[in-house]
Design a protein around this ligand. Sequence first.
Ligand SMILES: Cc1cc2nc3c(=O)[nH]c(=O)nc-3n(C[C@H](O)[C@H](O)[C@H](O)COP(=O)(O)OP(=O)(O)OC[C@H]3O[C@@H](n4cnc5c(N)ncnc54)[C@H](O)[C@@H]3O)c2cc1C
Length: 418
Amino acid sequence: MEYDLIVIGAGAAGLMAAGTAAESGLRVALMEKMEKPARKIRITGKGRCNLTNIKPAEEFLEKVQVNRDFFVPAYTQFGNKALVRFFEKHGVKLVTEQGGRVFPKSGKAWDIAEALTEWCEDSGVEIMTHTTVEKLLLLGTKIRGVGYRTKKGFERRLEAPAVIIATGGASYPATGSTGDGYALAHSVGHTIEAIRPSLVPLETGLADKESLYGLHLRNIRLGLIIDGERVAEEFGEMSFSSRGAEGATVLRMSRKAVDALIDGRKVELSLDLKPALDKQTLQDRITREMEALTPENPTSDLLRKLMPRELVMPIAKLADTHPKRQLKYFDDKVCNALIDALKDFRIPVTDYRPFEEAIVTAGGVAVSEVNPETMESKIVRGLYFAGEVLDIDANTGGYNLQIAFSTGRLAGRLRHED
Ligand SMILES: Cc1cc2nc3c(=O)[nH]c(=O)nc-3n(C[C@H](O)[C@H](O)[C@H](O)COP(=O)(O)OP(=O)(O)OC[C@H]3O[C@@H](n4cnc5c(N)ncnc54)[C@H](O)[C@@H]3O)c2cc1C
């Protein structure tokens, strides 16, 4: 055999796995269906690549939404500090920003993609682009190689005693992550936990939602209400677009919202526009604002002091008033309804956006069938997994790329447990 290892997918996990194996002296082929490696890394973090988060291990692991225990050995062996050292050693200067998020100092995700690719090439990895793996070849319960298609459409085979599936999830398929790894894993007996979009915008059923398009809110508190029960809360920013509700607070609670929608449960967002003010303080603020106005002023003059223009009409409706109505009609009942609307503006969630708009994929290869100490399949010897293809996903903040790098590093060591 020409190669000791075939890695499928040159994303964060695949590049890390391939380089690690090649550095230890193995002959590695890295197959990538796209025209160049790391298409997705190049668009991460709005083009800046939030590659990890510098939070202490316990806090870091809390952000892993599912199968945290499975991830612990990979993270312990190659965690955030090791990753930072790795990139600095390979010439990428990094900076840590608010919330512990780590970025390349240049502000260019491109630098991370290039550093990884160069490191692989320098370590002797053969990167085969325009190469789509379509089959896993087995000899009994041992891996034997892969069947792939070349750029020109020819079917070929390549043999190796070890294969790593690092094909990513099904999100942003234009980057090459089209979910192929699930079919490959399933074809050799692996269970695939149902995949669904995560860190994804949510569609809303607001009556006049178009009027909110383009609205960006900062310093708000957002609650997630499922069947009337508040199940999550986030503080930060959110925005409204033709896609629905998005922004960090929405994305962070989208996983729970998506699962509830799939189960047919009632999902709402509760927007608190004044999280720093309790109801009494808000009441005092409204009284103060009223004192500066006359009874002849329209209610909109008061509302504009309390909220952005786009929210005036929907909140006036909830408070059972109209922006044009004079303030002399603004009584206690309207005032209390206004306070309620400012503290708990309910947004019905009707659906979630598709994989094309999801930052990550929830679900994937069932981790109960993968050894967490090695990333080797418990079903097929010599077959390994790394990255988003596995049923692990985390919140925004650099955690998902770290999952890919940690599991890639471990898989690339090609350890067996007898
Ligand atoms: C817009 C966006 C922004 C993001 N920003 C961040 C961020 O700032 N921080 C963060 O932590 N996470 C971020 N993420 C998530 C993060 O990018 C992913 O979790 C991570 O890239 C997963 O790495 P991976 O190597 O497992 O998969 P991928 O990066 O998806 O790589 C998989 C590779 O496999 C290739 N492939 C697939 N099938 C085949 C096949 N059959 N044959 C050959 N090759 C194949 C694909 O072309 C692809 O190159 C972001 C995601 C998106 C979409």
